[in-house]
Design a protein around this ligand. Structure first.
Ligand SMILES: Cc1cc2nc3c(=O)[nH]c(=O)nc-3n(C[C@H](O)[C@H](O)[C@H](O)COP(=O)(O)OP(=O)(O)OC[C@H]3O[C@@H](n4cnc5c(N)ncnc54)[C@H](O)[C@@H]3O)c2cc1C
Ligand SMILES: [Mg+2]
Length: 503
């Protein structure tokens, strides 16, 4: 399979060569949302009220709200497409659409849900009928239901740890985790060391199981994660009325993986961008942001725009690639240096039908070894074709992400076969997307704090504006940070901030 980004590129190139990209009308009439809106052609405007850096969900929402507030806005996006970490992928099989990046939503993610309704993008429930599968060296292959596999060597510790995580998380202020009395201690303790010091029966076994959550959830292993950061992340997985819990964060039923979008999550940024029309400029990477004489000059690869306020909605580590004048405050720079994008790829195998469902399995699987540690049923709504998805993250990415595509494919399919039987070895199509290779993202699903004390030391700068520059992006959200819902919330908050100051 061709890389989906290149596919989009070639489609644009083909349309462009045929003289069809002159206006949104020509492209819109020709094709569905997947081709995207071409955005602003020609020169950038010289002046707007607000420039937004980055056309991910967060930047696009900020722009929509700024415009609704009666101010002029321009989104400048480095790539030739919108959506950032949200990207649809069209399969050859039946022309079905799956997601290469962010895909799932769940209860209490009310901001992304409202936005999707506004844009007429319906959701469907993740298939949960039937049993999940657990494969481990101690138990062999087990079928089970519920959150935690019934491995007798792990279950007691897992129950203890998850209960402890939930009760600590309930004490964390989502807008100021650094104020917890034990913040310093927990921010220099890794999740792994906390597990080692807390589990009674089988610390290694339970740490291994928790990897199956942290590798897809953070693109990282327990030893890489600040315990305070993890507690904050769990606390964030709720809303103003609902306390976040481990299962709200991790479950397909009642949790963050409860639903997906019909037609793929990228329909959301694509439709937002279409509505913004000429207020989105693609292929416009921001290189320099200059604050002088009461204005901000944003230098992009397509020219310079002058604005009264700027909202930066790029992934935190990418912001370090922008030359700020005057330079960023020390604390902001230190914060950005201490936020690391996770290592994550998605690997999907496609079958004529979801054969595992007929065997009474829901397609969800966990394994303590191999390339397929956390597996989901990733079929489109009507269940055709059958699609199995493996998240390859953290140390599993370090082991398998660097192999040749063929060797990785084989390892992923072997993992699927251990869970769902030998039919899994013969897909009709296989596709994968490695986010660590994406220049304008750098990894995924989100930026993490390592156990280096940086969340306590530099975290308080996370939403603090720098002169006329404001910060959006999912990493700045106080609820569902790291998720699409957090991206929406952060965009809404940043728009309110600038509108207030522009009055
Ligand atoms: C594999 C994977 C799986 C995920 N699964 C889920 C999931 O199931 N559910 C969920 O809710 N979330 C999931 N996420 C996370 C979710 O996708 C993100 O939280 C969300 O999309 C982030 O949106 P954002 O707008 O904050 O940032 P981004 O989407 O990263 O957007 C930032 C934009 O800034 C642009 N940019 C960067 N630098 C510059 C520059 N210098 N100049 C101009 N533009 C620039 C980028 O090109 C990008 O378009 C997943 C992510 C990945 C990678
Ligand atoms: Mg391990």
């Amino acid at each position: 399979m061709t890389d989906p980004v290149r596919l989009d590129l070639s489609r644009r190139a083909v349309l462009g060569a045929a003289g069809l990209t002159a206006g949104a009308g020509a492209l819109g009439a020709l094709s569905d949302d997947a081709a995207g809106a071409p955005g602003l052609q020609g020169r950038l405007p010289r002046e707007v009220d607000v420039v937004v850096v980055g056309a991910g969900i967060s930047g696009l929402v900020a722009a929509r709200d700024v415009r609704r507030g009666g101010r002029s806005v321009l989104v400048v996006e480095a790539r030739d497409r919108v959506g950032g970490r949200v990207l649809n992928h069209r399969l050859t099989t039946k022309g079905a659409t799956i997601e290469a990046g962010g895909a799932f939503i769940g209860p209490t993610q009310g901001h992304i849900a409202r936005l999707a309704r506004e844009l007429d993008v319906p959701t469907f429930l993740e298939h949960t009928e039937g049993n999940s599968v657990y494969v481990s060296q101690t138990t062999g292959r087990l079928e089970y239901s519920g959150t935690v596999p019934p491995d007798p060597t792990i279950l007691p510790d897992a129950a203890l740890l998850l209960q402890q995580i939930d009760s600590y998380a309930a004490e964390i202020a989502v807008d100021a985790p650094w104020t917890h009395p034990r913040a310093r201690e927990w921010d220099t303790l890794s999740l792994r060391d906390w597990i080692r010091g807390t589990a009674v029966l089988n610390p290694e076994g339970v740490a291994n199981l928790i990897e199956c959550w942290t590798q897809p959830g953070f693109g990282a292993d327990p030893r890489e994660l600040s315990f305070l950061f993890v507690l904050w992340y769990v606390a964030c997985s709720g809303d103003e009325r609902t306390v976040g819990t481990f299962s709200r964060n991790s479950d397909t039923a009642g949790g963050a993986q409860e639903r997906r979008f019909v037609g793929g999550s990228q329909l959301i940024p694509l439709r937002l961008a279409r509505r913004l029309g000429d207020a989105v400029a693609l292929d416009a990477a921001v290189r320099r942001v200059e604050q002088r004489d009461g204005r901000v000059r944003v230098h992009t690869s397509r020219g310079v725009v002058s604005a009264r306020r700027v909202v930066v909605a790029a992934p935190p580590p990418r912001v370090l690639g922008i030359d700020f004048s005057p330079g960023l405050p020390d604390r902001r720079r230190a914060l950005l240096r201490h936020l690391h994008m996770g290592r994550l790829m998605k690997c999907d195998a496609v079958y004529p039908t979801p054969f595992w469902r007929a065997d009474g399995l829901n397609g969800f699987g966990l394994s303590d070894t191999g390339a397929a540690r956390a597996v989901f049923d990733n079929c489109p709504r009507d269940g055709e074709p059958g699609v199995l998805l493996a998240f390859v993250g953290g140390d599993t990415w370090r082991e398998f992400g660097r192999l040749s595509r063929d060797r990785r494919r084989r390892a992923v399919l072997e993992g699927f076969a251990e869970m769902f039987g030998p039919r899994a070895l013969r897909p009709v199509e296989y596709t994968e997307h490695d986010w660590t290779e994406e220049r304008w993202t750098g990894g995924g699903p989100t930026a993490i704090h390592r156990p280096d004390g940086s969340l306590v030391r530099f975290g308080p700068a996370v939403r603090r504006p720098f002169g006329r520059v404001h910060w959006a992006g999912t990493e700045t959200s106080t609820y569902w940070s790291g998720y699409m819902d957090g991206a929406v919330r952060a965009g809404e908050r940043a728009a309110l901030e600038v509108l207030d100051l522009l009055r």
